[in-house]
Design a protein around this ligand. Structure first.
Ligand code: SF4
Ligand code: MG
Length: 337
């Protein structure tokens, strides 16, 4: 395919300390069969509550975790559990921006030095590095005054701009953005998102945008995948998913977003809010893993795991309600529009 990133059946299980080896219940199934792909220049948002496995997906893609199963293909190359040699090469094409802008910067290093490190690693001669760093600072709407500053002199938003600049220093194709704005004030969040949009256009960047803050997704991501307990439950074009979420989990999740416009009010899914807590990924419920919280759950839901069905040639949804062969199981079918 023409995808820049293709993830297929990705699993990441963590053994539980002190657990008995080979008992499946002694694993945390953080990622449990995730598939998606992203075309170059596009943004896919991976959304869901904390603990749904979103960050683990990104960390496994970039080689911070070894995949338990499944494949990751980048620009046609299989990079699943990449070798050190592969990883070194990929570092100039895939970068990650983390949630906490402070812990990812060395407190004893000036911003200028921090940004020069990846340039040095790429073989940019010393005489050119300062100009390149200033250029990077300007790309993220900072300036040469930051060259000599230390991280503690910067606000959270400024630090995150530096982190984005550092990721851009290697001229990557793909950015894995793991909750890049969630440690920041709301007003700063919008500015960082606007910056990411500008940079995407300028450099033809591809984004995997991970967030639990759904209000940021709608105008930013081309496609959205909704994750629950290590699995994608619904995926499709963002506007479709936000206007008419089909999966009961997506509906509950999206009905919790504050409505800001009349248009949004008109489409606001009127559905039950999410009840209860997300179960432990160490003890994933049988059948449909959402059945312990789903208002429509039937016996079939706890017995058999749903597969993806495409609804109205739109989003793909993992729910028996949309599977013809389970129609008789449900007497209450949620309205789609
Ligand atoms: Fe709810 Fe059943 Fe659909 Fe799962 S399969 S989301 S439990 S209706
Ligand atoms: Mg875009």
């Amino acid at each position: 395919s023409g995808s820049l990133l293709a993830v297929d059946g990705l699993k990441k299980y963590f053994p539980v300390k002190g657990g008995i080896i080979k008992r499946t219940t002694d694993h945390v199934k953080a990622v449990d069969g995730v598939s998606f792909d992203i075309e170059r220049g596009q943004t896919l948002a991976l959304i869901g509550e904390s603990g749904s496995g979103k960050s683990t997906v990104a960390r496994t893609i970039i080689g911070l975790h070894r995949a338990t199963d499944g494949t990751v293909e980048f620009d046609g190359e299989d990079i699943t559990n990449a070798t050190d040699e592969q990883l070194a090469r990929l570092r100039s094409r895939i970068q990650m921006v983390f949630q906490d802008p402070t812990s990812s910067l060395n407190p004893r290093r000036t911003i200028g030095k921090s940004l020069a490190v990846p340039l040095k690693a790429r073989g940019v001669p010393k005489s050119e590095r300062r100009d390149r760093v200033i250029d990077l600072l300007e790309r993220v709407e900072l300036n040469d005054e930051y060259w000599n500053k230390y991280p503690h002199e910067l606000s959270g938003g400024q630090k995150q701009r530096v982190n984005i600049a550092r990721a851009l220093a290697v001229e990557p194709d793909l950015l894995l953005l793991d909750e890049p704005t969630s440690a920041l004030d709301v007003s700063v969040q919008a500015k960082i998102i606007a910056l990411l949009e500008d940079l995407q256009e300028e450099f033809d960047l591809t984004y995997l945008f991970i967030t639990h803050d759904l209000s940021l997704v709608r105008n930013f991501a081309d496609e959205t995948a909704v994750m629950y307990l290590g699995e994608i439950q619904e995926r499709g074009v963002t506007e479709e998913v936000f206007q008419r979420p089909r999966h009961p989990y997506s509906r509950a999740l999206l009905s919790a977003i504050p409505v800001t416009t009349e248009e949004e009010e008109a489409y606001k899914p009127r559905h039950e809010p999410l009840r209860g807590e997300i179960p432990s990924p160490r003890d994933v419920p049988s059948g449909c893993r959402f059945h312990t919280r789903c208002p429509y759950s039937t016996d079939a839901c706890s017995a058999e795991e749903p597969t993806f069905a495409t609804v109205d040639s739109g989003p793909s949804v993992r729910c028996h309600i949309y599977d013809e062969s389970y129609r008789d199981e449900f007497d209450e079918i949620p309205e789609v529009a």
